[in-house]
Write a new protein. Sequence first.
Length: 492
Amino acid sequence: MRDSWANSQADSLDDRPAGPPVGPSAGPRAGGVLGVDLHLEPRGSGLRAGLMDALREAVRTGRLAPGTRLPSSRSLALDLGVARNTVADAYAELVAEGWLTARQGSGTQVARRAAPRRTAAAPARTRPARRGPAHSLLPGFPDLAGFPRAQWLTAARRALTAAPHEALGYGGPLGRIELRTVLADYLARTRGVYATPERIVVCSGFIHGLMLLGQVLRARRVRAVAVESYGLDLHWNVLAEAGLRTPALALDARGARTQELALTRGVGAVLLTAAHQFPLGMALHPDRRSAAVDWARGTDGLILEDDYDGEFRYDRQPVGALQGLDPERVVYLGTASKSLTPGLRLGWLVLPEELVGEVSEAKGGTDWVSSVFDQLTLAEFIASGAYDRHVRSMRLRYRRRRDQLVAALAEQAPEIRVTGIAAGLHAVVELPPGTERSVVEAAAWQGLAVYGMSRFRHPSVPPGADALVVGYGTPSDSAWPGALDALCRVLP
């Protein structure tokens, strides 16, 4: 017998006519409520017996929970293609057996006493519950409580109202034209990026974009992508999984030593955080920027620019994107993860013209990962000016926290030096030699989550100076004072 999906109303047991059967796309009858879809797979030669067995099995396994309302006999009979009396007789017998209950005006439901019994398992060993940290100063997160919910909902309503019908289908690999168009204008205006909608590919965050680029680079027979000696192991691992080596470039006060790219064997691309090195915090010096671009032009190489927090600058003029120096040699990667929330899972690649087709092919013929509704909403959010207002508001909030962090350390730990504070959502708190590990452990005992600088060191790089990387953007406003106090307590 074929599978069935039976849709019903809250019909009474006597199935008195109350209108035509209702399909999955029909609306409720007057005074009625929408029913549920019920998947049944009757087995055996007898229609009634097969239907009863399928219902018993659904109740026994818990797929039909106690109290679940079942379709009317009329609706289920029509969907199964059987006589209504067959379904009515099956219901009546299961009521008599105690599997179902039936009341006038309430329809047929799964009996509450028929809840499935769970197989007894051997008692597990009792383990003490692990408590998470009371405070978090981990870098890489914005203040999630600051997400502009009301403004986002307004943008979502406007975007959905204005969206053409075709926008609700399977999207193309480049992403929605509405978002790519406003991104091109926004990035040119605020980050100095040369961008046209045709060069932008929307992706599901930075990691997804890096995965796509890794595939393209490997297909181009690139063997290695140089990285900065301090950064995120997650990025290095993504490149390694694409079959690429990740030799490390040394860092100093001027940023990555890009002049050494020509001496690094087999490198076809380099990943840089040029505007705000993560996690040390310096901007790449203009001479180093020029050296990177010269290397890329001379070797047909590529620069992958991670502009992870470009909107947040405090004590200096914004440092423009490296991409503006040569749009045909630099791939610009940006996201909404720091400016809005990581949970949005939206990022973008601004590509050299020759790479657009290759990245689109790597992504696939259909956009499986980036929600059309979120793309349209973000496009409206930016176009309306709400994004600019939100960024300015958060910039002031983060700057206050940065200033409070510096002031608290100056008062309670005057020997401690704080660096990398001109921009971004984190600061580097330098520690006496040999104390990083003990401070991180002491913080954990105090219920404070914080990372030491060694957490971000490339495996090929020898140990460097001891320090903490303090993410002051992470706590909510209410949690920030407690997190700051906890940090001051554990410092030497």
